[in-house]
Design a protein around this ligand. Structure first.
Ligand code: MF3
Ligand code: CO
Length: 259
């Protein structure tokens, strides 16, 4: 990982523009989630809209150190017990009652932004709706803890508290991250922690906050394809993510629709 970066105003402006593009693509692809929709078609559509905006998919061809193969798509489509990073294979069809997490990154004017959301396809039980709503709420509680001088542990603590008081679990082995010049930069943004601990946030940092929450146990395993990550116990998972700019007063969400 690259060291912590404080971005220039020009770089931040580029991320603001890229973030709007990403929000538009993600919203349009999320609107296609329905029983019968093929994950590969969602990915193709994401690639088409990204290109129409003059942006580049961030995850396509991405191969971090230790990965056996480059990621083969623009979009991650993780369904039910799949937590994150699931490949949208052709023939992977969304069914009624599925919990569908979409994760997408784009590069625009040289800068990277990263965002994710979870939606239900068709009808799901109240507890499943709750899992999705609480994961989204946990993201916003984490975001609310961000400001220059706050500690990373404040952010993790806010997320963990929100999740665990509803009886859900936070995935421990994956985390948010710095993002900007690269898809993944320092620091690591844990989704659990203790108030007042860890590194301090600095104005001008851009970070991706991304709680991954399960209805059961937090332990995970990796699929044979080396990418898809599932809950060990088969329980449902949800995932929300925004790229945010740390400011003196708080933060600015760069990947919001109204950003
Ligand atoms: N948003 C994901 C993360 O921060 C990026 C996944 S990269 C991919 O972990 F190649 F797996 F798509
Ligand atoms: Co991310």
């Amino acid at each position: 990982m690259a060291p912590i970066v404080i971005n220039t105003q020009e770089e931040i402006a580029a991320m603001r523009r890229g973030g709007k593009i990403l929000a538009d693509v993600l919203a349009r692809v999320a609107a296609m989630v329905a029983p019968g929709a093929d994950a590969a078609v969602l990915n193709t559509e994401a690639e088409r809209i990204i290109a129409a905006h003059g942006a580049t998919p961030l995850f396509l061809g991405y191969q971090p150190e230790g990965a056996a193969s480059p990621y083969p798509a623009a979009l991650c489509v993780s369904i039910n017990d799949e937590v994150v990073h699931a490949i949208p294979y052709e023939g992977k069809v969304i069914r009624d009652g599925d919990v569908v997490s979409l994760d997408l990154g784009v590069r625009y004017e040289g800068m990277c932004v990263d965002s994710a959301l979870t939606v239900a396809a068709g009808g799901v039980p109240a507890r499943t709706q709750k899992l999705i709503a609480v994961t989204n709420k946990a993201l916003y509680e984490g975001i609310a803890a961000v400001r220059a001088g706050a500690k990373l542990g404040d952010v993790g603590h806010a997320i963990q508290l929100c999740v665990e008081r509803e009886g859900f679990s936070v995935v421990r082995e994956l985390a948010g991250h710095g993002v900007g010049h690269h898809a993944h930069e320092e620091p690591m943004i844990l989704n659990f922690g203790k108030k007042g601990t860890g590194e301090a946030l600095v104005a001008g940092m851009t970070i991706a906050i991304e709680p991954m929450v399960t209805a059961g146990d937090w332990r995970i395993k990796t699929d044979k394809d080396g990418w898809g990550i599932r809950t060990m116990d088969g329980s449902l998972a949800a995932h929300f993510e925004h790229t945010v700019l740390v400011t003196e007063e708080g933060c600015e969400i760069l990947t919001g629709l109204e950003a």
